[in-house]
Design a binder for this molecule. Sequence first.
Ligand SMILES: C[S@@+](CC[C@H](N)C(=O)[O-])C[C@H]1O[C@@H](n2cnc3c(N)ncnc32)[C@H](O)[C@@H]1O
Length: 288
Amino acid sequence: MPSHAAAKNRPAKAPAARDFETWSKLWPSETAAKSVPLLKALHILTREGTLNADSRRKLTQVLHLTQMLRPAIEDLLKDGGDPILADVGAGKSYLGFILYDLIFGPAGRGSVVGIEARDQLVASSRELAAASGFDRMAFVASPIAEATLPSGRADMVTALHACDTATDDAIRFALRHEAKVIALVPCCQAEVARLLEGQSGPLRQLWRHPIQRREFGAHVTNVIRGLVLEAHGYKVRVTEFTGLEHTMKNELILAERHQRSNAQARGELNRLIDQLGIKPALLDVMPT
Ligand SMILES: C[S@@+](CC[C@H](N)C(=O)[O-])C[C@H]1O[C@@H](n2cnc3c(N)ncnc32)[C@H](O)[C@@H]1O
């Protein structure tokens, strides 16, 4: 056993080396060292290659989400599959980059397309993809509602914290492309709370106070999104995304298509809408 004095005299590890030891144990890849430049560029590691409170939280989130999405992506990659994943409202595309680094890249098949309205973010993502050698990543600068993909195909659609009704645009986009898998982590939502304001009816106590209206509105929004997807034949699971401090942004809606439509879910959706007396814009995807 090393003596106390020897341990004391051993040179202290540099913070970057110490932190590498910590996070590389969690990183689900043999080649964590290769990911360092990418993780620095995404601010998941600091410029010095260390972790701070913010980057540690981001790293945990990303790894957790990757593990939750991995089975669905691997299913699409099975038997020579060459799936296209569209990440909409991509921002800096950190989800797309990590999924490529950990799953699509090692698989040698499949592509990731980031769709983002802000030109500057798309330009920097293109640069980072080129610098990382991620040649099956592409970026489209466009609002989600008008976006067209180079291949015209999207097998899986992800939308992580796409603001307000951008998550609904993601759903419309996914339905338009008949995506097999849809993963949504909604962000802030205001539309339903606005529709509930002044709305009477037997349930009105549920949204009488503004703060409760906002929270109930956000909850109802996600319930409606889940039912809309079920009515379109998706099997929907709703789980906690990760231990975020803000619970309203902590819901993962994971939908996998298994039939063309579901009349029972459609009936449930209609009943809920009747009870609440509101018509959110997303109902435009429901056949009349
Ligand atoms: C809160 S950020 C989240 C970014 C990224 N998904 C993440 O989790 O780090 C939302 C992003 O969606 C983009 N966005 C919002 N509405 C959009 C729309 N309708 N079409 C395309 N991008 C949109 C914004 O420009 C912003 O970059």
